[in-house]
Structures are given as C-alpha cells and as structure tokens.
Design a protein around this ligand. Sequence first.
Ligand code: ADP
Ligand code: MG
Length: 314
Amino acid sequence: STPVTYSAGLAATAKRGIIIKGGSRLEALGNAKTVVFDKTGTLTRGRFSLNHLELIGERKTRREVLELLSIMEAPSSHPLSATLVSAAKAEGAIPLHGVSLQEHTILKGEGVCAIVNDRRVYVGNERLFKRLGMYDLSPHHVESARKWNNDGGTVGYVGIEGEGLGIIAMFCVTDTIRDEAHHVVTALMDNGVKVVMLTGDGEGAALAVGEEIGLPDSSIQSQLLPEDKLHYVSALKDFSSQKSVFFTDQRNLVVFVGDGVNDAASLAVADVGVAMGHGAALALEMSDVTLMDSNLNKLLFSMKMGTKVITTVK
Ligand code: ADP
Ligand code: MG
C-alpha cells in the first residue's frame, strides 16, 4: 500500500469523521495487536427497551415503581437511564411535582442511589444489592433473573431501605448490537489482532453479545467495576510490552474502545484510547481518538491508515 505522511493520514481520517490527536496516535493504531472493547454503547447501541417489570411483594404498584425509576434515573447519563425514563413516560408514569430527591449518587458499574421522600432508594444490578445485603429474592425470582439474563437481557432491581422493605421490583432491558460489530471484530481477529470484551454487565448478557459477534467466551470478562476494567487493560499492556522485548521499538500496543464515564480510566491508560462520538464528555476528554458517528468500521479504517503512515516514518 502507498505510504502516507502524518498530515495526509490525519486529513484522510478527519475527512471520515475520525478525530485523532496527532500522527503518533495514528501510527500507534497501526501497531496495535490487541483491541479491547467495552460492551454497552460500544459493541451495542446502548439503546435499550424494557422487556419485563415484575413487582416483588406488592408493596408498590407498577405505576409507582415506574415513577420511582423515572425519578431515580433522570439525573443519570447512563444508557440504561434514558430507557427507563422513557418507558415510564410511555405508560404515563410521570412523577408528580413535590417529590423530594436528595443525595443522588451514581454508583459506577452498579447503579444509582438517592433519598426519595426521606427513604433511601437504590436502582441497580445484582452486585449492588448483594453488596448492600439487600439481595433476598425468592427462588422464583432468582430463576426469572437467570432466565432473562441467559436470553441476553440486563437485569436490574429497585430497592428501598428500611424495615419490611428491600427489593420491591425487578426488571429486564435488552440492547441491540451494532450492525457492523460482527464484521469489525472478525476482521480484527482475521488480521491477527487479539480482541477482548470487558463489561460491567452480567455474564449472560455479555456471553449472548459475544456469541452474536463471533467472540469466544474466553475473550470476555463480565461484572467488572471501572477499576477492574483498568486493571485488565494495564495487564494486557504489561503482557504486550514483555513480548516487545524482542523488538527494538515498542510494538503490540493496546487499544481500548469505550463510551462511558466508567471507561475514562481505561481510555487514559491504554496505548490508544478510542471514544465513541456519542460518549460521555469525560470519555471523549480521556481519549486519543474519537469516532464521530460511533461507527466501528471507522476503527478498522484508522488502523489500516495507521499501518500506512508507519511505512513513511520508519
Ligand atoms: P458497561 O461496562 O457494559 O458499559 P456499566 O459499567 O456502565 O456497563 O454498568 C454496569 C452495570 O451496572 C449495568 O449493566 C447495570 O446493570 C448497572 N447500572 C449502571 N448504571 C445503572 C443505572 N443508572 N441504573 C441501573 N443500573 C445501572
Ligand atoms: Mg459503555
């Protein structure tokens, strides 16, 4: 292939809506031998639909649960949040004025927490409720969660802290995989690139996505906190640089592709951090590359362009 200069390479990528912070980052993309993907919002669209909402213990009506979900999720920018807010709206469950919401906190990789009308409320995953000691589901409900999860759904819970309370509802949302994800992942693997998927989501949902995009189970890690993702990316970097002892220059670089606030640290520590254009502001700030329209084919294009600029410089 025809070699190109840094500026020609950057111009060609910019023309396609790929913003790269300098020629050396483009070159590093060409040298990458490992690409690590976040799942939600990166390999998938991050546009969920609410499939199931099951009440537990009949302490609240469906409408009250939807209102609570709407109140809890409105301040969060997580892809799950917009879905839950609009699902509530679609059923006319619009929270009344005069609801008091205090101490709203994002629990990264777990969910959200706030005090609503003087009661502490949590919305989040199994990990969160287990950590809180509030995961006291009946075998019937545990079985529902397992089934939803194995069908590729993301399962969440709504819980209220206090005497006689606890988990009051469980829900399942499903996401859609990006059209180009299978092609991009298989093209990378066919070119000898190691592909890894890291996610905070449950194992069932993670493996279901892996299967659809042709990624083996052994390349997938689920139920990770942001610091666990960071740990994996660092470990892959160490592994790669050990191998690069055999080279005089540093090869086998690690690329991380993500979109969330929970990906910011991984984007920063990777040799090349690639943010999806729709991603959180912090993710974009921490990255070296932005794919403006969040199309993963542009990652392949940039990596190919990266191999061409190497030829010029070396
Ligand atoms: P990913 O790594 O797949 O992008 P995150 O780390 O953002 O996922 O979230 C991990 C998990 O934490 C989600 O799958 C969900 O179960 C739970 N979670 C995160 N944020 C929220 C929220 N606002 N409401 C409910 N659950 C959430
Ligand atoms: Mg994500």
